[in-house]
Design a protein around this ligand. Structure first.
Ligand SMILES: [Zn+2]
Length: 303
């Protein structure tokens, strides 16, 4: 997670701190299956829940590493200790997306293991990295990872399907706790949820390994919950326009729509989400706006 604009709104810190206090504790290192070991980034926080999850994937001596945490030294120390203890090495580094809590550990990792310099992949690569394209396979002993381009939370977001066991590394698209994530582009994100749902069904995937939070034991239903959450928000916004009188067009600011739905006190917390829904509806030609007295006034074109 890394979209500070929304989370910086008043009220969110208290809400997230209360939510995080109820989360299960995740050990620094956990063997989740024969092919998957989770190493925590050591960066718990409002947005990061128990911290960023990073994963070593494979069953042989060479493992693929998914994500690198935020750059806290404890992550690298824990990773290096684990690799040494089990006489393992990293063959390749895959990054789910560019956000700093997933890529921040990369410089220290490459300083520790210079041989990995040319073995780092991200959908939109930085200098020295290679790109990842949809459907690309990454293999090591015991694991084949298939890349799934799923933008929206960030525009470079990738999930990875573990073909052998029917699991999916979901990055920040679906988390281990809660029912939604902050997104950069809601329309793209909801299409990505559809892509994830299709793959979950076609590959009979049950388990999700998220970028934050505990293992998702029932990924198919979690994908549905996330989709419904945004669909409901969309319907609520449309319903405000329709109101009691469907024959008259309403012109409403984002603030007014938010106040209709949640009350005026919730503007700072809920406003950014309503703005995302309005942007999606505008891209789909369902709403538009005029600017009056320097304020956007939204109106419904069709529903
Ligand atoms: Zn994240």
């Amino acid at each position: 997670m890394s979209t500070p604009k929304v989370w910086a709104q008043p009220g969110w810190h208290d809400y997230l701190a209360a939510r995080n206090s109820r989360l299960p504790c995740l050990p620094a290192v956990t063997k989740l299956s024969e092919e998957v070991v989770r190493i925590m980034g050591g960066n718990p926080g409002d947005m990061q829940m128990q911290g960023t999850n990073t994963y070593l994937v494979g069953s042989g001596e060479a493992r693929i590493l998914i994500d690198t945490g935020q750059g806290f030294p404890i992550w690298l120390t824990t990773l290096v200790d684990f690799l040494q203890q089990h006489q393992l090495r990293i063959s390749h580094v895959l990054l789910t997306h560019w956000h700093p809590d997933h890529t921040g550990g990369l410089p220290a990792l490459l300083a520790q293991y210079p041989h990995l310099t040319n073995s780092v992949s991200k959908a939109h690569p930085d200098r020295g990295q290679t790109s990842i394209h949809d459907g690309q396979l990454f293999t090591t002993e015991g694991a084949t990872l298939r890349a799934l381009f799923t933008p929206g939370h960030s525009m470079d977001h990738m999930c990875f399907v573990l073909e052998e066991t029917g699991a999916m590394f979901t990055g920040d698209n679906i988390l281990g706790h809660g029912n939604s994530v902050v997104v950069e582009n809601l329309g793209r994100y909801m299409k990505s949820l559809d892509v994830m749902r299709e793959n979950v069904h076609s590959a009979a995937i049950e388990v999700g390994y998220p970028g934050h939070g505990a293992v998702i034991e029932d990924l198919p239903s979690k994908v549905t919950v996330y989709t419904r959450h945004w669909e409901t928000r969309e319907k609520m916004v449309t319903s405000v326009f329709l109101g009691a009188n469907t024959t008259k067009k309403s012109f409403l600011t984002t603030r007014e729509i938010t106040a209709h739905l949640y009350g005026p006190a919730m503007d700072a917390m809920a406003g950014p989400f309503i703005a995302q829904v309005l942007s999606k509806l505008a891209e789909e030609g369902k709403v538009s706006f005029i600017v009056l007295a320097q304020e956007k006034k939204w109106f419904l074109l069709r529903n």
